[in-house]
Design a protein around this ligand. Structure first.
Ligand code: GLN
Length: 544
């Protein structure tokens, strides 16, 4: 019998529901169970693809090209759940498919209503993920938003129905709330009581509470919460603020026996817990022996979530290379007026950085600042990693500053340029619809044997995820390569350039795809690993 765990949140957002759901998944996998993760997003967008990163953070791309919520990135880093379009459900998708069915006349004249038609569609999608693989033991469904929001009601109602239909040992409710500390250092349980009351009004009695608090709740607080919220004291857990890394959360939960309590409530027998991956992360975390400052030169700097997977991948690479990666977030538009980047990036500069990464992005703001930063790294022999837009920036820098085509640009930013070194594919020129119309998802790339790409992956056939419209312009291949820029990888038919590399730099690589989505805490992505390894050797060299 497959089991379902619903993870909801109360009091306020940003309590770490995604990390909590992922950590539960990780612990259950550690018990030998097959886990599948689903995110339900109450927004009306069909997917996250058309949203500005400032709205909901980065867009996480799956192998099958779905543009999903960033929580799927957490699932990918903590669990082995396969993730595809089916694992990301939004209100927009649900209504879209119910309305399509209605237009096709498939409801046989009935009035279409939230209950049962919308809730049936939600349930059908959850069951579809469970049934996709007969080996699946447990499906964890994270419900976005906060209980009490209008938008999340249909999802909570679908959860209520499933709990009622399947029984509580087959469908469990885990509720995450906040225990704030007020002046005087006292922890307050009232918001949690209200939040659980809101769940009860929806017809759901949470089985397990995870309380986000500044520090571990004591027994009295646990008992009080248990009494008021109708749960057992042993089912009240603390997700306390940790100073190390989010990858410690599975261990924090394990120490409190969260996985044991969940399995007991669901009558699941399992083997002893295997916590090795998480212990290894903590060992590597504590063994880091050098610090490196990585300048992230991009557009969406104020919001950490906007480049979440990139930051996590850098952290994973740091664990593998014993480097404490310090992120220096630099809004590239602020570099546009700077005359001398040595004064900013150089050893005595305001930011003194050891390597630069330019991540993906759209639109023209700050582009010239990114080009300047790339030029600085290239001419100062600093490790540089360009991802998607970052690779396009390397191409523009090379054209402007090596080939001296001063107006060289991408047609995304300047349609009039005489040197459109990055431009649209023929088939993209007529696209007017914005959602899901880019080059999206997993595709094959062939690395040239002499490239740093080949060295990193150890093989020439590479499968990575894409999300972009613009490409290296093929008509400049001869001049670019002739002047020394290494074209390091191509699509299998040779028609598109997938990677460029600086010839004389310690490590200067750009890729048209998004490697950050596949990095895991103890299995860092090879390109991030080699970038940070180059940074490390540079740092050690300079400190001699
Ligand atoms: N804006 C660029 C393009 O569409 C880069 C996209 C990205 O960095 N994801 O090609």
């Amino acid at each position: 019998m497959q089991k379902f765990i619903f993870v909801s949140g109360g009091v306020c957002s940003s309590l770490g529901k995604g990390v909590a759901a992922s950590s539960i998944g990780a612990l259950l996998e550690g018990r030998g169970l097959n886990v599948r993760m689903i995110k339900c997003d109450p927004y009306i967008n069909v997917d996250a693809g058309t949203m500005n990163p400032y709205q909901h953070g980065e867009v996480y791309v799956t192998d099958d090209g779905a543009e999903t919520d960033l929580d799927l990135g957490n699932y990918a880093r903590f669990t082995n759940s396969p993730l595809s379009r089916a694992n990301s459900i939004t209100t927009g998708q649900i209504y879209d498919s119910v309305i399509r069915k209605e237009r096709e006349g498939r409801f046989l004249g009935k009035t279409i209503q939230v209950i049962p038609h919308i809730t049936d569609e939600i349930k059908a999608r959850i069951f579809a993920v469970a049934r996709c693989d007969a080996d699946t033991d447990i499906v964890i469904i994270e419900i976005g938003g906060t209980v009490g929001d209008i938008e999340s009601i249909p999802f909570l109602e679908a959860a209520r129905q499933m709990i009622h239909e399947l029984g509580r040992s087959n469908a469990l409710s885990i509720h995450l709330t906040l225990i704030p500390e007020v002046a005087g250092g006292e922890l307050k349980t009232k918001p949690t009581q209200h939040s659980v009351k809101a769940m009860q009004e929806m017809g759901i009695q949470p089985d397990v509470l995870i309380c986000r608090a500044p520090y571990m709740l004591d027994e009295d607080a646990r008992k009080k919460i248990a009494l008021f919220c109708n749960v057992e004291a042993e089912a009240v857990f603390t997700s306390y603020d940790i100073k190390t890394t989010i990858y410690q959360v599975p261990l924090v939960f394990f120490d409190q026996k969260l996985d044991y309590v969940i399995l007991k409530k669901m009558n699941v027998e399992s083997r002893h817990a295997n916590l090795k991956p998480w212990k290894t992360v903590m060992e590597r975390f504590n063994k880091r022996s050098c610090k490196a400052r990585i300048g992230i030169v991009g557009k969406y700097m104020e919001l950490h979530d906007a480049y979440k997977s990139v930051y996590e991948a850098l952290f994973h690479a740091g664990l593998a290379c014993a480097v404490d990666v310090q992120l220096v977030k630099i809004d590239s538009s602020k570099l546009e007026e700077a005359d001398n980047l040595d004064l900013i990036f150089g050893p005595n500069g305001t930011h003194a950085i050891d390597g630069i990464l330019t991540p993906g992005g759209f639109g023209s703001r700050g582009i010239n600042g990114m080009v300047k930063a790339a030029c600085w790294a290239r001419t100062r022999n600093k490790p540089y990693f360009g991802i998607c837009l970052g690779m396009q920036i390397m191409i523009i820098d090379w054209a402007r500053n090596v080939l001296h085509w001063e107006d060289a640009d991408s047609t995304e930013f300047n349609q009039e340029t005489k040197h459109p070194v990055v431009s649209l594919l023929e088939e993209q020129t007529d696209v007017t619809q914005m959602g899901a119309t880019m080059r999206l998802g997993k595709m094959e790339t062939i690395a040239r044997p002499e490239s740093l790409l080949f060295k990193a992956y150890g093989e020439k056939n590479i499968w990575e995820r894409h999300r972009h419209r613009y490409e290296f312009s093929n008509k400049y291949r001869v001049e670019m390569a002739g002047s020394g820029l290494i074209l390091g990888a191509f699509t299998p038919d040779g028609s598109l350039v997938e990677s460029v590399q600086w010839p004389d730099n310690i490590w200067g690589v750009g890729v048209q795809f998004h490697p950050e989505f596949k990095s895991k805490p103890i299995m860092p992505h090879p390109l991030f690993r080699d970038f940070i390894a180059a940074v490390r050797s540079n740092v050690l060299q300079n400190s001699k």
